[in-house]
Design a protein around this ligand. Structure first.
Ligand code: NI
Length: 167
């Protein structure tokens, strides 16, 4: 297993749209395992392949405190939404920034597991938020893009300044 490098916003590559996985094979499973290791090491609760500069539809999520409830979604698709809630989100590609985002409260997701078998999962609360956040990454969308234009401009300036200071 390996720890992968996580792209940092505003890196343009975070806006690439991920393509579907045609066949779930050993390379797909290796990527998912490396992504999980990277997520746990960060530490974080979710990671999309886009964030490690692999533009295929793979996400990993584990919102448990015990870090033993890893969920791997390949080609995830939200087939039903309900309710609405606003909660504070963060992202491993936007370290140190937490902002409120409004999303569906419950979602039904259809995806393939690491063996390539289809499954459906109903999620709510924090897990539902996390799944929506990660699926957004696959579409090239970072959570801060839900903020007002003014907030986004300020945020980009702040992050660029921080990046210069650490180089
Ligand atoms: Ni994220």
């Amino acid at each position: 297993m390996a720890i992968l490098k996580i792209l940092q916003y505003p890196d343009e590559r975070l806006h690439k749209v991920a393509r579907k996985v045609e066949r779930v094979d050993e390379a797909t499973r290796r990527l998912a395992r490396d992504m999980a290791e990277t997520m746990y090491a960060a530490p974080g609760v979710g990671l999309a392949a886009t964030q490690v500069d692999m533009h295929i539809q793979v996400i990993v999520v584990d919102v448990s405190e015990t870090h033993n409830q890893l969920k791997i979604f390949i080609n995830p698709e939200i087939i039903a939404f309900s309710g609405e809630e606003e909660s504070e989100e963060g992202c491993l590609s936007v370290p140190g920034i937490y902002e409120k985002v409004r999303r569906a409260e419950k979602v039904t997701v259809r995806a393939l597991d690491e063996k390539g078998e289809p499954f459906t999962l109903e999620a709510e609360g924090y897990l539902a938020v996390c799944i929506q956040h990660e699926i957004d990454h696959l579409r090239g969308k970072v959570f801060v893009e839900y903020l007002s234009q003014l907030k986004q401009i300020r945020l980009r300036a702040k992050l660029k300044k921080r990046l210069r200071e650490t180089m």
